[in-house]
Write a protein that binds this ligand. Sequence first.
Ligand SMILES: Nc1ncnc2c1ncn2[C@@H]1O[C@H](COP(=O)(O)OP(=O)(O)OP(=O)(O)O)[C@@H](O)[C@H]1O
Ligand SMILES: [Mg+2]
Length: 293
Amino acid sequence: MVDKPSNTPEFPHPEQTSARLNPLPPLDPAGQKEQTPTTRPELPILVANGLVKNFGGIRAVDDATIEVAKGSITGLIGPNGAGKTTLFNLLSSFIRPDQGRVLFDGEQIQQLQSHQIAQMGMVRTFQVARVLSRLSVLENMLLATQHQTGEKFWNTWFKQKQIAQEERQQRERAMTILESIGLLHMAHEYAGALSGGQRKLLEMGRALMSNPKLILLDEPAAGVNPTLINQICDRILTWNREGMSFLVIEHNMDVVMSLCDRVWVLAEGRNLAAGTPAEIQANPQVLEAYLGQ
Ligand SMILES: Nc1ncnc2c1ncn2[C@@H]1O[C@H](COP(=O)(O)OP(=O)(O)OP(=O)(O)O)[C@@H](O)[C@H]1O
Ligand SMILES: [Mg+2]
């Protein structure tokens, strides 16, 4: 268990933050609600608070809070072993929290299965890319799609035309994404032939196949050469402009600074700071946490 340092800055409770973003309209003297403002800031796409996860005697995540604004690229940083990947596992229901709750797009999701969360529009990648080495790059992409008509036995008899059309569309989408991540020339190669960086790109490509609202990326730049890093950042910015939100764990500070609107810092499982990249860079407690590791 890690004690909260006495000088740890206080974090707004997500419910307080939501209330700030979307205040309840006060009653006027006649008991009528005030007119709802026409332009209201949007609610966050993801809010988690009070998350706790113990592994035996280790408290990997200790009362952690995080919030991802809709349409943002939000960063999650912290020293090795800070609990970042464990937090991702909790957010995406790969493991269950001991305490706490997660709201995605306004709905509580901590009781759902990870595939249900993916169907709602939140997908994630892994710190060590998980690709199926003995399938082609294209097959890896096609396996990532959800809700295909051909998955239901009877549909293979009665909806053959629809299935063929869906498969063609998925293939086209896969090829378009592969082109955008520079892997089109590898489409028919075994995924096992890809470099570490290319596997990371393929994982991102797979995540995009379902056209998600939010993608959680666990260290997209780790082990990737600088040219590919630039390409990955460009792609993330383009997808973000197209409306996708991101939560990105990353140790490469250049990547964090160039991508993120807001950054959350975790240390020993707890929130240490949150702010703009410039604020975080200038925060002495953050520097101390990194130097102390
Ligand atoms: N399945 C597990 N069983 C036991 N301990 C675990 C497990 N997963 C994580 N831990 C421990 O929880 C702590 C947080 O690990 P986590 O992988 O979440 O850190 P991280 O911030 O992602 O680190 P890194 O930057 O090195 O990837 C570490 O002490 C780790 O050893
Ligand atoms: Mg990690």
